[in-house]
Design a protein around this ligand. Structure first.
Ligand SMILES: [Zn+2]
Length: 315
């Protein structure tokens, strides 16, 4: 029987878990659905990631409001993907911060990415009519952006670590608490999506920089919160291993179809049971095949191209 396209048949609601990681630091994880977070400043809140629609975002904000009623001054978006950004209007943030490449990517391919992600994973788009349009950042940076949290709360440091999951990922680092919000640069017991990635850079210098923070708690893009030095190293190590296997197997293949079969066969025993593994793999292999054959920037995914790649490799 043919596998249903991407996550189009995945309709089961995930359980959301709100955790207080330190005084005024929150993470909402959801069994492999996109994670979000929030950090309290002295008289404002910084929210990290926006979910796929304003209706989904408002559900998260209602839970956050049980802990703090401070206004959202900053909304930080780790990268341009639709399921992370299209809920932005719900936050009423004064400032929406991204890396400068993320702004360019939204302008270049935001519309296509929206259509692609909606078809791949409709369950995440609760009330899609509530999305007012693309999300436009109002502040961008190239290397580092620091938010003074006020009082004795220290800084929140937004850092670009190099190209990785996309061309413009950022991580959010709380030096005082040793907590890192890594976006999709690190997944914790969830499959990687690499369809817009720069695999060689991500698996080497970018993850080296992520590891160099020495975080004691890490919130990845999907999956459970990683705790303790060992837990953080395990999450980064899993991400690196997933990429290394893909690079080896796709690099050794003589055709795209063979690349997919080799990669699937090698990754499946370790990662096949993790969320979105089957969903991601055809798109991942397609992008890495391009990367290893001289296509510098990821080609734009459209709803049509998604189906073509899926039918060629996965069905
Ligand atoms: Zn992403």
């Amino acid at each position: 029987m043919a596998k249903p396209f991407a996550s189009s048949a995945d309709l089961g609601e995930k359980r959301q878990l709100l955790e207080v990681l330190a005084d005024g630091v929150y993470a909402l994880t959801a069994e492999g659905d996109p994670n979000v977070g929030a950090i309290e400043g002295e008289d404002f809140v910084v929210c990290f990631e926006a979910l796929a629609t304003p209706v989904a975002a408002r559900r998260w904000l209602e839970r956050l409001r049980a802990h703090t009623d401070k206004p959202v001054r900053y909304l930080v978006l780790s990268h341009y993907h639709a399921v992370r950004v299209l809920g932005a209007s719900a936050f009423g943030a004064d400032v929406i911060v991204t890396h400068e490449k993320t702004r360019e990517l939204i302008a270049e391919r935001g519309e296509q990415d929206w259509a692609s992600e909606y078809a791949r994973m409709p369950r995440l788009f609760q009330d899609p009519a509530s999305i007012p349009g693309l999300t436009w950042p109002t502040a961008t940076f190239s290397d580092r952006f620091t938010i003074d949290l006020g009082g004795d709360r220290g800084d929140l440091v937004l850092q670009h670590c190099g190209r990785g999951h996309t061309e413009g990922d950022l991580v959010a680092w709380l030096p005082r608490q040793g907590i890192l919000f890594a976006g999709d640069l690190v997944e914790s017991q969830a499959a990687l999506y690499t369809g817009d990635a720069f695999h060689r850079e991500w698996s080497s210098s970018t993850l080296d920089r992520v590891a160099s923070f020495g975080a004691r708690t890490l919130v990845g893009g999907r999956g459970a919160v990683a705790r303790g030095k060992e837990g953080v190293e395990a999450a980064i190590g899993q991400t690196r291993d997933f990429l290394a296997v893909m690079l080896r197997e796709v690099g050794a293949a003589g055709s795209l179809k063979e690349a997919f079969e080799r990669t699937h066969r090698t990754l499946e025993p370790r990662y096949g049971h993790w969320p979105i593994f089957e969903h991601c793999l055809p798109f991942n292999v397609s992008r890495l095949w391009d990367e290893l054959h001289g296509v510098e920037r990821p080609r734009i995914w459209t709803a049509e191209r998604d189906r073509e790649v899926w039918d060629e490799l996965q069905s």
